[in-house]
Design a protein around this ligand. Structure first.
Ligand code: GLN
Length: 476
């Protein structure tokens, strides 16, 4: 019987390539066909780069023939459309960048390319990565492959949907407040947000620079580790990036359960699944430790001051002159009129809202009351985690408080939309690594994700603890 190549994990596909069971060109064609068959409905991709992908696959086949083989050689992947691939359109799902062609490669792309990766295309996101459902994309909304009436999550919804629908083996996303983990949870796959500073952001269109990280979306934890190992490392082009990795020195496993994560607002089915997961860890011999993260209640408010403040500065470059759409206006007398016209036409509603909020909280007279206070709260949130990690190895909880919601269900209710990030944003504020892995399904068959948070630079430990669960849990 012929196997369906699009169902393979990275490890399986890599084995197949090494054993010459199939070539990278065959593998890539299988994915391109799957995209043709399925993506009309799911709409995960903004751009598919068929010819380039096939050329890269040919190159990978040559590398394999010459025994120059890395774990990602010849493996087809998808890239969130806010990460630059030279000479390919990069839109950040904004009308502003509708026709922008990247002039250089992001460092992560450079690293993958050296290893002979195959890029299938660029995936949909909420405009400039601001959102939790992909509904803020200026182009279209991606559908959740597990239920086409529902959102895939966001902002890396296109990447998560592409992996879940077997339209790539793995994908890259970016995570500023949950954008890798929440869509991974909604689509029933694995998503890793690495420690702040472990992966270079050079060539990632910046949203909030003290929070942004690039990371993998994959079919399982072993694959996440492979992609993480391939993209990590310090880079002179991103001064926040470092080479720091702590070895996994796990002796007795202690798992922290914060009481604040199981409070009002958490969906009953999600809660049940996470409690079952905690029991599985108990059965595996872990010590379950009750902990408290009292500052968690301020995390969302803190995030929605800091992220828009940084975004308002980062997005200043999109004025239609330096970057982006230019509206010709012969009548305009002052440059400010041109900026105004361009920015009014180029940005969507959510992005405008964040720029205005951010500009407001940074303005003189409000800076101390909002921005400075949020920075202080951020330090306290970080300290909560530091205290917790004196007692435990990882912290467990739900990735999102709700199941994947229906398209349109929350689009007029920003507060309820923002609340879907309640468990993920504090991780970015504290710069920690965290992973979302599938841990159950609702009665109606919707995926539920479990969130494991690690101490800084302890990805190895975090992933090995996550693997213990994955091995026990049958996701089928
Ligand atoms: N959903 C969050 C927001 O809208 C997080 C986005 C992200 O991580 N890029 O800001």
């Amino acid at each position: 019987m012929k196997i369906d190549l699009t169902k393979l994990t990275i490890i399986e596909a890599s084995e197949g390539l090494k054993n010459r069971d199939f070539t990278s060109v065959e593998l890539t064609k299988a994915f391109l066909n799957k995209i043709k068959e399925k993506d009309k409905e799911i709409k995960a991709y903004i751009t598919v780069i068929e010819e380039i992908a096939l050329k890269q696959a040919e190159r990978a086949d040559k590398m394999i023939k010459n025994k120059e083989i890395y774990p990602l050689t010849g493996i087809p992947c998808a890239i969130k459309d806010n990460i630059l691939i030279k000479d390919i359109k990069c839109t950040a799902s904004s009308k502003f960048l509708e026709n922008y062609i990247a002039t250089y490669n992001a460092t992560v792309i450079e690293k993958l390319e050296k290893m002979g990766a195959v890029f299938l295309g660029k995936t949909n996101l909420d405009e400039f990565a601001m959102g939790s459902s992909c509904e803020n994309s200026a182009f279209f909304t991606t559908k959740n492959p597990r239920d086409l009436e529902r959102v895939p999550g966001g902002s890396s919804g296109g990447s998560a949907a592409a992996v879940a629908a077997d339209m790539c083996i793995y994908a890259l996303g970016s995570d500023t407040g949950g954008s890798i983990r929440q869509p991974a949870s909604f689509c029933g796959i694995t998503g890793l947000k690495p420690t702040y500073g472990t992966v270079s952001r050079y060539g990632l269109i910046a949203f909030a620079s003290s929070l942004d990280q690039i990371g993998p979306l994959t079919k399982n934890i072993d694959d996440a580790k492979i992609v993480f190992d391939a993209i990590k490392g310090s880079d002179p082009m991103d001064s926040t990036s470092v080479n720091l990795e702590k070895k996994n020195n796990l002796s007795k496993l202690r798992i922290g359960v914060p009481k604040e994560y199981f409070a009002k607002g958490l969906d009953g089915e999600v809660e049940k699944s996470i409690k079952e997961a905690i029991n599985i860890y108990k059965e595996l011999g872990a010590e379950i430790v009750d902990i408290s993260l009292p500052m968690s209640e301020y995390a969302l408010a803190c995030y929605y001051i800091i992220a828009p403040a940084e975004a308002s500065a980062n997005l200043a470059r999109f004025d239609g002159l330096r970057y982006g759409k230019t509206i010709k206006d012969e009548e305009a007398e002052k440059i400010i009129d041109i900026y105004l016209k361009n920015r009014t036409a180029g940005f969507g509603k959510e992005v405008k809202k964040r720029i205005m909020l951010g500009t407001y909280t940074l303005s003189s007279g409000y800076y101390d009351a909002y921005y400075k206070r949020a920075l202080k709260a951020r330090t306290l949130i970080k300290q909560d985690f530091e205290k917790a990690f004196e007692k435990v190895d990882v912290i467990i909880g739900p990735t999102a408080p709700c199941l994947p919601f229906k398209i349109g269900e929350k689009s007029d209710d920003p507060m309820s939309m923002y609340l879907s990030d309640i468990y993920t944003v504090s991780v970015n504020l504290a710069g920690l690594p965290a992973i979302s892995i599938p841990c159950g399904k609702s009665q109606s068959g919707l995926p539920i994700g479990m969130h494991l948070i690690g101490a800084p630079f302890e990805e190895e430990k975090l992933l090995s603890i996550a693997s213990l669960f994955e091995k026990k849990y049958d996701n089928k």
